[in-house]
Every structure is written in structure tokens, then in C-alpha cells.
Design a protein around this ligand. Sequence first.
Ligand SMILES: Cc1cc2nc3c(=O)[nH]c(=O)nc-3n(C[C@H](O)[C@H](O)[C@H](O)COP(=O)(O)OP(=O)(O)OC[C@H]3O[C@@H](n4cnc5c(N)ncnc54)[C@H](O)[C@@H]3O)c2cc1C
Length: 399
Amino acid sequence: MHVVMEYEVVIIGAGICGLATAIALHRKGIKTVVFERSETLRNTTGTAIFIRQNGMRALDQLGVAEPLRHMAIPVQREREVWLDKGRQKEIPIDGENLCLRRKHLIDTLYAALPPGTVKFGRQLESIKLDPNTAKHVLRFIDGSSIIAKVAIGCDGVNSVVAHFLKLKPLRMFSFGEIRGLTRYPSHSFGPEMACFMKSDNVVGRIPINDNLVSWYCKQPCVVQTDERIWKDPEVLRQSTLDMIGDYPQEIKEMIEKADANTLSIKHLRYRAPWDLLTDTFCKGTVTVAGDAMHVMAPFLGQGGSAGLEDAVVLARNMAQMGLDHNESGRRLATKCVGEAFELYVKQRRIRFFLLSLQSYLIGVLFGTPSRLRKLITIMLLAFLFRDPYGHIHYDCGGL
Ligand SMILES: Cc1cc2nc3c(=O)[nH]c(=O)nc-3n(C[C@H](O)[C@H](O)[C@H](O)COP(=O)(O)OP(=O)(O)OC[C@H]3O[C@@H](n4cnc5c(N)ncnc54)[C@H](O)[C@@H]3O)c2cc1C
């Protein structure tokens, strides 16, 4: 007879947020299993990720910050350069901010989990609530099913769990972002994040260490063209160079010398800030975290850190409801899980609304050709976010 496995707590997706959530729950003695659609750990995709002070705090709570501190230099200031106006501004950055290789972050999170926590090659297809048992039947695309009392969707932008919760569809900016890594024998950029702007072009550069820098460049035509051509790294390189033909030589060299294996492009998706205020992010014992909940454009460099904060807050709430230490086989009370998830959503909503609103407005500023719209957006940003870096001071609290 075919036996359907039954689990107390299941996480879907082993990205940054799924792994962080599994660690947070594990630290609270809550046994979890993570189902990931990839056959192996997704540590070869992506280039780098800037983790702000608030994200470092969350990593500290998860107990994994220390090894990461040895993998990147702290970024201490930001320089904004307006090339066509010949103007620049230097802004000190508070606290500890590191630009990490994504691989280093993913590997470090994964290593902090008990072996066997992540089940690879399991792509969730659908979730259904069994009204008789009040448990969820999770069906995978290979035809197999499991039963889960609690399901946490950390399955990113095309989240099946978000679909189950009937969250509103995502939106897309009219432009994308090309990213890459460039290695130098030794660069002289210092611990400085720099942003070079000219008319509608934006190129950013962040050092990972004294030899390696991460960079990004706004790419306006990504949405209109055939997606397949963007798979070729040399197309990405050339289109970036074409866009920044009149940029300083050191920027052009950075793109020319970038490692082809690291070049990638991403369409920029976001959940509309106004949807974040109204959507219902949990239903009984099912909820979402990370990009599945609040994907935002990367202009603040906060999506990943916000997912790390979600992990800490979610696990803390479950523990405070007395759901911790179930590893001995104690069953979780459905009602308490539901209450913990409602509290988690309540505590997180304003935080991710404000992050999303600020990054949305910056996206509008970058994307609109209308001078009037730009002016209104600048006024809104100045009025609503008097301290544009206020978001990095946030503390998600202890685990
Ligand atoms: C260009 C760009 C630059 C960025 N830069 C920064 C930055 O500097 N700093 C920062 O903090 N954030 C940044 N972000 C945002 C950050 O990358 C994301 O917020 C973060 O990676 C989201 O992590 P996640 O775990 O929620 O989702 P994901 O990383 O998308 O992980 C989801 C996981 O779920 C798996 N999965 C998906 N569907 C299923 C399924 N049906 N069944 C099983 N598994 C499934 C996937 O394979 C994946 O492993 C950037 C984003 C972009 C696009």
C-alpha cells in the first residue's frame, strides 16, 4: 500500500528565506523539513547580495553571521555621482553592511541545518486543505503527495503557496537589471558603494573584498525583447557597454573585464505596496515569507534582509505560543499555530509595506520619462522618507 508521509512543519523553497526560516525554527526546537524544487542547493546562481545592518542583525540572531564576516569587507560609505551635472555626494553608512557572494550566504545557511533537512528535487504543484482532518495535502509535480499540518511558503516570486493564499498578482517594472562580478589583482575603490548616474542610466558598484566587486546596471529594453538572447553573457556585456558608452573608463573596464559566468539579467518584479496592506498572508496554518510574501525591486538592497527578518519573527512567534521543542514528537496545536502566524503577519506588515513603498517610488523615479512624474516622486520620497537610510536601522528583535 502507498503510504503518504505526514509532517508537522514543512517549508517550501530552500532559498535564503527558506533556509533561514528552517534555522530559526530549528533553534527553537521546532522540527522542519524543507522541500526544494532544484536537484541541488541553488548556490551557483546569482552574483552577490548586499546585506544591510538590519540583515546582519537577523543573521546574528540565527547564529550564522560570524563566518560571513570573514568573507567580505564592511562597506562604510556610499557615493552618488551625477556624471552629467559633475556633482557627487558622499554619505556615511551606519553599522555593519556586507556585500556577500550569494554562494557564501546560501552555503553558510545550509551548513547550519541538521543534515537531511532539505529534500531536493521536490517541486510543489498544489496545496489543498482536507476539511476532514484540517491538514494540508501537498502535491508535487512528480505525482507524489505529503500531508502537512503547517506549511510555510518561501518559494519566491512564482509562489504556489501565495497562490493558495489568493495573493494578488505581482507587477513588473518596465526595465531590468544586469549584474556581474569583476575581479581585480587589487582594486583601489575602498570600502565604498558607488552609484554613477547619467541621464536615465544607472551603474552601481559595491566591493566584496579587495579583489572582487559586484556591479549592476539598469537595462531599459529587457521587457520588450526576446528573452532567449539575454541568456548569452556576451549579449549582456555588449548591451551594457552600449548603454554606458560615455561613462568614465574605469566603469567601462569593470564591465569589459567582468567574469562571463557571473553575468545575468533579472526582470524587476514587485508586489504593489497597496496590495501589501490588504492581502491576507496567512490562512490557518499556512503562511508565506521572503519574496513569496513581499518581493520588491532591489533599489534599497533589502529584499534578502527582509526575508531574514521574517525568519526570526516567525520562529519567535511560534515559540512564544508554546510551539517550541516539538522535536520529541509532541504535536503542534493548530489553533496556536494560526495565532502565531497572524501575529507574525501583523508584526511584519508595516515593515515590508514601507520597504516596498520606498523601493517602488525609487523604481518610478528611474523608470518614468515624465519630468512632472519625477518631480512628484522626488517630493513624495522626501516627505515620506525623510531619512532615506532609515530602513537599515530596523531591528527585528531577538529570536
Ligand atoms: C537583481 C536583484 C538584485 C538584488 N539585490 C539584493 C541585495 O543586494 N540585497 C538584498 O537584500 N536583496 C536583494 N535582492 C532581493 C533578494 O535577492 C531576494 O529578496 C531574495 O533572494 C529572496 O529570497 P527567497 O528565499 O525569499 O526567494 P528565492 O531566492 O527566490 O528562493 C525561492 C526558493 O524556492 C524554490 N522554489 C520555488 N518554487 C518552488 C516550488 N513550487 N516547489 C519547491 N521549491 C520551489 C526555488 O528553487 C528557490 O530555491 C535582489 C533581487 C534582484 C532581482
